[in-house]
Design a protein around this ligand. Sequence first.
Ligand code: PHE
Length: 354
Amino acid sequence: MELDQLRQQALAELNAVEDEAGLRSWNSHYLGKSGALTQALKRVGQLPPEERPGYGQQVNALKEALLAAYERKKQQLHEQEIARSLAAQALDVTLPGRPVLRGRLHPATQVMRDILAIFAELGFQVYRSREVEDDLTNFELLNMPPHHPARDLWDTFHTTTPGILLRTHTSPGQIHVMRQYCPRPIRVVLPGMCYRYEQITARSEIQFQQVEGLAIGESISLADLIGTLQTFAQRFFGGQRRLRIRNSYFPFTEPSVEVDVDCILCQAGSAADTRAAEPSGPSSPCTLCKGTGWLEILGAGMVHPVVLRNGGYDPDRFQGFAFGMGPQRMAMLKYAIHDIRLFWGNDLRFLEQF
Ligand code: PHE
């Protein structure tokens, strides 16, 4: 009778418990060392011997029952707690996940790949050459002895090791390729970073890419150079492009030329040739070609006999053409980018447009 009462009271109180602190004190009150059940068990000794086993069993059964009820309550409080914190933190697991930003290739890389792909179709293999060069290969073997005034065309980063510098153009790669492949014919493009100690402006950077082209064989002429570049310009810029070849000077080519393509924006270059000068109007000169109708795209020429010989080729048997273009410049023309500094400025507003 006494135990029944204890059971009812314990369960009623457990039912009313609202938090973990309440649960803990209920537990010590009923199931603890000096709790009600322990007290009840102690009373065994006051009973007549024949009643003791029955009573003991009842107390133990009650203990089991209360323990089970306690565990259930504990679990229930735990679940309530989770539900409460979920509600408080307002975590909505049904919301769609945050989109993962997809990366993309840098515009310089994209343009570089476009250029290399076009030359690959024309049979040019990619040859990678070093960025840290020696004076010998960057200048001397390209027909520029020390103190040659043509060296002034290239402002150079010298390292603290005498004679070691950052290449100012990809042309020293010509020497490396020739020495590796001589006396076989060559058709390669040499892409890569170049460095010049220059003031950084909208049109010049201290670091920029170039793509060099080199073809060596026994019957290569200026016509091959022009045909190759004509095809390239057409594929890179699209449409029926026209080239303009102007003579120029590079120590490592003879003759040397500079190559322009007709303006892809205003077409004034082709118009100027077919019709009498009919300018687009002084009020609106084309922003890309400044009204000239032509865009300068690269320097080129027939490989100088001295350079051929430095590469191991007999200039009486072999000829070659070479060209060097700046992919950043090509990209600026193709996409009307006004400032070369944007390429290495890491501004996402620029980069995400490509
Ligand atoms: N190396 C030259 C430059 O950087 C470009 C060039 C390459 C010219 C090959 C002719 C032949 O200006």
